[in-house]
Design a protein around this ligand. Structure first.
Ligand code: ADP
Length: 194
């Protein structure tokens, strides 16, 4: 089973991906991974974004290149050896953030069209003001991706994409334990043996 976690920064993806991973690994082989990866392409694109030395289209092409590397080197081999793969961000991030940066959505869909589709995608939906409060309590300063107006646009794109791509939209404002129980219920519904 291949599960992806999506949503704006501060929506609670990472917290839940870790909790679900900890729960699933009790009875199953399971890996927790994330995008951008810690590989060369992932580190390179993170560095360029941090220094604001990249335009949106180049950034999304590099994210997609990193994804291709991620799929071939980790996700597919782990699925083949019967692991449950949990990823914190995947191609919906490219489409949502890319569209919010002004890129053409059909092009973004096309660039990502050949990647393996997850069995389950959770899209965490949250008011960007709440997300920013959470992020600010986590660390000082705001990065390019974390500005309010941009997050509002990204949230709206995510909400529409969640419907179009058959994802589960999760209310990220609920408490951590409630969300975790809901996610486990959905996962068990998909694969009753888990
Ligand atoms: P993301 O991966 O979407 O950026 P994180 O999981 O890192 O978000 O969460 C951002 C911050 O919000 C963290 O400090 C985390 O502890 C906190 N947080 C996560 N989920 C919740 C929640 N449901 N309620 C309150 N705070 C939360």
């Amino acid at each position: 089973m291949f599960i992806s976690f999506e949503g704006i920064d501060g929506s609670g993806k990472t917290t839940q991906a870790k909790l679900i991973y900890d729960e699933l690994r009790k009875n199953h082989k399971c890996v927790l991974t994330r995008e951008p990866t810690q590989g060369d392409i992932g580190n390179f694109v993170k560095k360029l974004i941090k220094r604001k030395k990249i335009n949106p289209m180049a950034a999304q092409l590099l994210f997609a290149a990193d994804r291709s590397f991620h799929l071939e080197n980790l996700i597919k081999p782990k699925l083949k050896s019967n692991n449950i793969v949990v990823t914190d961000r995947y191609y919906l991030s490219t489409i949502a953030y890319g569209k919010a940066s002004g890129l053409n959505e059909s092009w973004l869909e096309l660039v990502n069209s050949r990647f393996l589709k997850p069995d389950i995608t959770f899209v965490f939906d949250i008011d960007p003001k709440v997300a920013i409060r959470r992020i600010e309590s986590r660390r000082k300063g705001t990065a390019y991706f974390e500005k309010l107006k941009f997050l509002k646009t990204t949230r709206n794109v995510y909400r529409r994409l969640a419907r179009q791509h058959g994802c589960y939209m999760i209310d990220g404002s609920q408490d951590i334990e409630t969300i975790k129980e809901l996610l486990l219920l959905i996962i068990k519904h998909h694969a009753p043996i888990v």
